[in-house]
Ligand binder design. Structure first.
Ligand SMILES: [Zn+2]
Ligand SMILES: [Zn+2]
Length: 279
């Protein structure tokens, strides 16, 4: 049987080595110098109880959040690796310090969802050889996932879906699709030479358009990634020495983009587009 890409991702995610939490937290870019501030000193910093049992770590100024997640709770949903959790509900069933940890982690998830920040994830797994019958599981194998995660969903009841991968861009154009190799180059452009164009300019234009054709106002369609699709178009073509600047680029629905290139009204459209983007 063929293994799908997402199933393979899940297999690769399973930690195989024994790494200390402190090492992984440091690897994620969080300052761990305070771990040595206890009676065990620097030598036993990795066992500082103030930190080593925590479920998540934060560096607020640097905007880094690291979460501990169990490998066994990861699953593939719609072709991507996710983990569903509800720390608020978990908190209600826990007591003492664990209750506090669960509430804190829930708060951190809420923040990451609100600010749309990427989170780093330490994947934990137990060593089945060390697990004794009837005992609670303890993480023995861990690694820091090199790939970022983000909060895909967080609802009013604390239900949270974490997704492995980068937060999808809200807006996308034909060039981004090509970069992602979603469509093959030969299917999109017939010209043999493509002028280099700035991604920053395209992105600025897409954000200016907010997903609606800047000529007719029609909303672009939603792609698989959730982004709204429009095509970015240089009003005066780069081949005619038009500039690669937001004052010469417009975001169009696919129809109007084709019209801009092939319609008998092309020159009237060019004038209309120029006045649009200058206003
Ligand atoms: Zn349009
Ligand atoms: Zn064009």
């Amino acid at each position: 049987m063929e293994i799908s890409n997402s199933d393979q991702q899940l297999i690769d995610l399973k930690p195989t080595s024994h790494r200390k939490i402190i090492e992984l937290v440091e690897e994620a870019g969080i300052d761990v110098s305070d771990w040595a501030n206890f009676k065990g000193g620097a030598e036993k910093a990795s066992m500082n109880p103030k930190y080593c049992y925590e479920w998540f770590f934060e560096d607020k100024p640097e905007n880094i959040t690291v979460l501990n997640l169990w490998f066994d709770n990861c699953e593939v949903l719609d072709g991507v690796v996710v983990q569903k959790l509800n720390m608020r509900q978990a908190a209600e069933e826990l007591k003492g310090i664990k209750k506090r940890r669960a509430y804190n982690m829930d708060f951190s998830l809420q923040n990451a969802a609100r600010l749309k920040t990427a989170v780093r994830v330490i994947i934990c797994d137990e060593n089945p050889k060390l697990k004794k019958e009837g005992e609670k599981s303890t993480a023995d194998r861990r690694h820091l996932d090199p790939i970022n995660w983000f909060i895909k969903e967080y609802d009013g009841d604390g239900n949270c879906i974490l997704q492995r991968g980068e937060i999808a861009a809200p807006y996308i154009d034909q060039f981004t699709l090509r970069e992602l190799e979603i469509i093959q180059p030969e299917k999109i452009e017939s010209t043999s030479f493509v002028y280099p164009r700035s991604k920053a300019v395209r992105d600025q234009v897409l954000f200016r358009a907010k997903g609606s054709c800047e000529h007719c106002g029609e909303k672009g369609f939603r792609t698989n990634s959730g982004a709204l699709y429009l095509e970015s178009h240089h009003i005066i073509p780069l081949s005619e020495e038009g500039i690669d600047h937001i004052s010469n680029v417009i975001a169009l629905c696919p129809n109007h983009h084709r019209e801009a290139h092939f319609s008998e009204n092309a020159s009237a459209l060019r004038t209309a587009f120029l006045s649009k983007v200058s206003s």
